[in-house]
Structures are given as C-alpha cells and as structure tokens.
Write a protein that binds this ligand. Structure first.
Ligand SMILES: Nc1nc2c(ncn2[C@@H]2O[C@H](COP(=O)(O)OP(=O)(O)OP(=O)(O)O)[C@@H](O)[C@H]2O)c(=O)[nH]1
Ligand SMILES: [Zn+2]
Length: 198
C-alpha cells in the first residue's frame, strides 16, 4: 500500500495547537489524519492514540458508544504530556462504513449486540486493517510508543509489525446508560479491557 503525506498545517484546538498531517492511501482512495502535538523526540516512547473514525460519536455527540469521550480525553492527555500523536484512522464503523453501521445500529435497536449485528450483515466483528497506521508511524520515524487503548489486539498487532509498545494506558471514559450494553459486549466478546483501570 502506497501512502502519501501532505504538507503540515496547524489545527488549533481547545487543548492547544496540533500539527495536522494528511495521509492518502493512493490505491484505495482513502485518507487518514495525524494530529501531532509538540516536538516528537523519536528516541523516547511517544504518547500515542489510534482513534478509529466514528462520525456519530466524534462529531454528532452520540451516547451509543465511547468514541467521542475517548477522542477528547486522548487529545487532552497528549496536550498535557507536552508531545504525542493521535492518528485519526478513517475506517468508520470498524471499517464497515457509516451506512452499514447505521444498519448495524438498527439491528441493535431490535436486540442484537454489536457483534451479532455485524455478523447478520455479513461482516466479521472487526473489519479494520491497521496497515496505514503502522505506515504512518514508520513515515514519522516513530518506533516506540505508549498507547492509549483498551484493546489488547491493537498492541499485539503493532508489536508484530515492529512498533515497540512499551506501555498501555487505559482510556476508560464515557460510560453511560445508553452504551453500557455495547461496552459489556466489547469486554465479553471482543476482549477489551474495560473493568481494570491502569
Ligand atoms: N460496526 C460497528 N462499529 C461500531 C459500533 N460502535 C462503534 N463502532 C465503531 O468502532 C470503532 C471504534 O472501536 P472501539 O471498539 O470503540 O475501540 P478500539 O479502537 O477497538 O479500541 P480503543 O483503542 O480502546 O478505543 C469506530 O470506528 C466506531 O465507528 C457498532 O455498533 N458497530
Ligand atoms: Zn463510536
């Protein structure tokens, strides 16, 4: 997969000014964004987050998931750290796309859980491919990271692909009555570490 980097631009946020870098997957007509804060010293582990696109949670204030809360918290933590990176990984709905995610939500409204709904639509529970994220780390010469995540699969995958995850930092935030079932399913069926604080 060929990944092309754009020029940098400044993204001012309530937490400070991030450097915005776009990446284009030429063959798939897909793009991703990296938000970089401060000066990255590649000789020390970088506070990092891979955040998968969730238009409903990140932009539309949905309480069905924890994404919007995690996004805010991650940007806050990175700014407080003084440096770090958030990769905004544009694989909406665990890569089934927004319209399929709405279908999956509709099935969940009828009683299926998030995994069963994906299966019913003919998808696996998680269709994401993190190759572009690994390439982004490589292109920015980031080899060693502290990863903000509750998903042990991400750590395994990054390690397998040469990124040294020296620490997992949990990102448990945004639990509410509307997403409790979803979070329980992520824990029970998808192996997310949601009961243990760091
Ligand atoms: N297909 C589908 N995707 C969902 C659903 N709810 C949230 N998502 C997507 O799930 C992705 C986020 O994945 P999560 O499981 O929250 O978290 P993760 O990235 O695996 O792990 P963390 O690093 O801990 O956040 C985003 O792309 C969301 O759009 C759902 O019910 N069905
Ligand atoms: Zn979400």
């Amino acid at each position: 997969m060929e990944l092309k980097k754009t020029k940098n631009a400044i993204l001012p946020t309530p937490w400070g000014d991030f450097k915005l870098i776009g990446f284009e997957e030429k063959d798939k007509n897909k793009n991703h964004i990296a938000l970089v804060y401060g000066n990255i010293d590649v000789n020390i582990p970088i506070l990092s987050r891979i955040h998968s696109e969730c238009v409903t949670g990140d932009a539309l204030f949905s309480l069905r998931c924890d994404c919007g809360f995690q996004l805010k918290k991650a940007l806050t933590m990175i700014a407080n750290e003084g440096s770090g990176i958030l990769i905004y990984h544009r694989q909406e709905g665990r890569n089934i796309g927004l319209l399929n995610k709405i279908q999956a939500y509709s099935l969940q409204d009828k009683g299926l859980d998030t995994v069963e709904a994906n299966h019913k639509l003919g998808f696996s529970a998680d269709e994401r491919d993190f190759t572009s994220c690994i390439k982004i780390f490589n292109m920015l010469r980031i080899k060693s990271i502290k990863l903000l995540t509750n998903n042990p699969f991400k750590i395994k995958l990054l390690k397998k692909n040469g990124i040294d995850v020296v620490q997992r930092i949990s990102l448990i935030v945004g639990k509410n009555s509307k997403n409790i079932r979803y979070l329980n399913t992520k824990e029970k069926k998808m192996g997310h570490l949601l009961s243990v604080k760091k």
